[in-house]
Design a protein around this ligand. Sequence first.
Ligand code: BES
Ligand code: MN
Ligand code: ZN
Length: 495
Amino acid sequence: MEFTVEASGARRARTDCAIVGVHERADLSAIAKNLDRALGGRLTRILKGGDFSGRSGETLLVPDLGTGPAARVLLIGLGSRKAWNRRAYRRAALTAAQAVVKSGARDARFLIAAEPVPEVDAYYRARLAIEAMGQARYRIPDLKSSRKPAPARLARVRLVAAERGELAAMKRGVAHGAAIAAGMALTRDLGNLPANVCTPSYLGTVARRLAREHRAVRTRVLGEAELKRLGMGAFLSVTRGTAEPARLIVMEYRGGKAGEAPVALVGKGVTFDSGGISLKDPGGMDEMKFDMSGAAAVFGALKALAVLGAGINVVGIVPACENMPGSCATKPGDIVTSMSGLTVEVLNTDAEGRLILCDALTFSRRFRPAAVIDVATLTGACVVALGQHMSAVMSNSQVLADALLTSGRRAGDPCWQMPLGEEYQEQLKSNFADLANVAGREGGAVTAACFLWKFVDGLNWAHLDIAGTAYVSGANKGSTGRPVPLLVDYLLSRT
Ligand code: BES
Ligand code: MN
Ligand code: ZN
């Protein structure tokens, strides 16, 4: 797929499909009026005839327009001008991308990129549009035996800038959007693959492939013997119930200055979470193949940075294992010693994410990171609290939390801050060990974060709970690729 940028008003080659936005009440923007004139008033007639109103989500493909500037026009409803904002722009871009990918067009001109959007600059208009194209073109790596549908014919998209002065920013937006889309596609693939394919060793293979494809990436994959030597008793306690070997995957991306402190991204890589001896209910248990979505997001973010050659050092750390109820499985009440030396009473083997993450967070210290961000489908309580629209962010640094909140908002991949507090940490007290791994039902997302907080003394740390945002259930079940846009936005903002 090729993306280019051109200024509005420039002499243009004819396109297979012009994608035009219309606001509610058949309200044409200046750029749409120009096209309408070139098409002899065809759009005005369609709107007058009542076939299109401009409601958000509405699309109309007008084919066979003859020899004019466009063979087809794809009308996209932008909704009311009052509600025209970043989210409405993203939604319109995604609707447009899906419709044009479904059409027979080989190339398209995206005129919506020239529509002014309050508080969204040209860079983000371009980036969000390209991300939407990536989202729409994505296909699940399914294992259906029926013939695969023909790939989309669309090979080239030209984004239209409102004025020449926007061209440079939009070109940057296109490059960043394409890299983020590539990262998201990797994240979604890894999430969507079944747990019998996407095992911890498989993730190790993907990490090695990343290093092969990108010179700036170096990968190390540690096995259980090395984890034992490192003293990762908390991590190892989770993998005891399965025959599938655990892995600690370390990926270093070096795009910044030598010696510059890296950002560490730590991703929960539970490739299947049965709950262990504290076995989960069977309903929807298949979705626990998505319990490595944090890890998948770390892979995706690194992929995006490597594609861009971004000027930053990042280390991705992925503890990967299964959580299964085998005969050697950790039992409720067992006490394990984490790499930090803190002992943990495992009261519930289904609270396994924090056990693998605490050791990975301790491990991250050896990189002397400028910031550590862990990403995890950590708690069902987070889904109850925030639903599927926002990830939770907790941090011991308000500066870091604010940066992530801002990046989430800008990237259209929002998160919402939840607290940390000693009063919650007190709920983690154990009679038998330094702390317990669960703290009762109340405030579950917060107490989980407070467990991790015990392990990050002196680190500049944030935790993203993506249990509600990483994948969707139901008819469109699948990985969303979040929070790759948020992470990449944050990392790029540091360069
Ligand atoms: N992977 C789950 C969290 C989860 C639940 C993610 C639903 C996505 C959707 C995690 O390992 C877990 O089981 N957490 C428990 C913690 C509890 C035992 C304290 C939970 O949320 O129920
Ligand atoms: Mn669990
Ligand atoms: Zn889990």
